[in-house]
Write a protein that binds this ligand. Sequence first.
Ligand SMILES: [Zn+2]
Length: 198
Amino acid sequence: MIWCFASNGTYSSQSLYRIINFRGIIPVHVLAIWSLKIPPRVHLFLWLLAKNKLLTRDNLNIRKKLDDVTCLFCSEIESAHHLFFDCVFSRQIWAMISECLGVNIGDNFTSVAAMWLSNKCFLAHNIITSAALWSLWKLRNEFCFQNASWRDVRGVLMRIVSTAQNWLILCPEGAKDMLSHKLSNLKLIVTRLGRISG
Ligand SMILES: [Zn+2]
C-alpha cells in the first residue's frame, strides 16, 4: 500500500491533515508548485491556474458579463481546462510533449501536476510541462491583447523549447543533461512534423 499524498509514500496524520485542511488533492499540487525549478513569475502563474484564478474568459464573465467568452483558438467556451488541455490546439501540443518525454502526460491539470509531486524524479519533465503551460498562456494573451497572428503547432513547440532552455540556469547540475536531451528530442519531433506537413 502506498500513500500517494506524501513524497515518501508513507501515511502520516500530518499529510492527512494537510489534505483535509485544504479540502482535497489540488492544494497538494499547489504546494508542489513552489519546488519547481522555474522563474518566480511562473510559480505564481501555476498557482493561479491551480486555484482556477487565472483571468480566462469564463472567470472574467463571472465578474463582468462579456460579449464573447469563446476560446481564442477555437469556438468553445474558454475555461482554464479548455484552454490548457481540452482545446484541439492544446491537445496537439500535449501529444507531442508526451511523445518527447516518453510518458502519457494525460489531458488535465491533475495528471500534469501529479508529476510535480515527484519533482526529484521528474525534474526535466516538470520544467518542460511548466514551460508548455506558460507558453500557451503567453500565446493566448498575445492573441487577446496584441492581435498576434496565427502560429502553427510547430511554432508553439519551438517556443516551449526556447522557454525551457532559458530556464536551464535554474536546473540543478545533475539534471541539466537530461533536460537538454529531452529538449533536443522535442526539437527533432518538431523538425519531423515540418517534413510531414511541408
Ligand atoms: Zn479552444
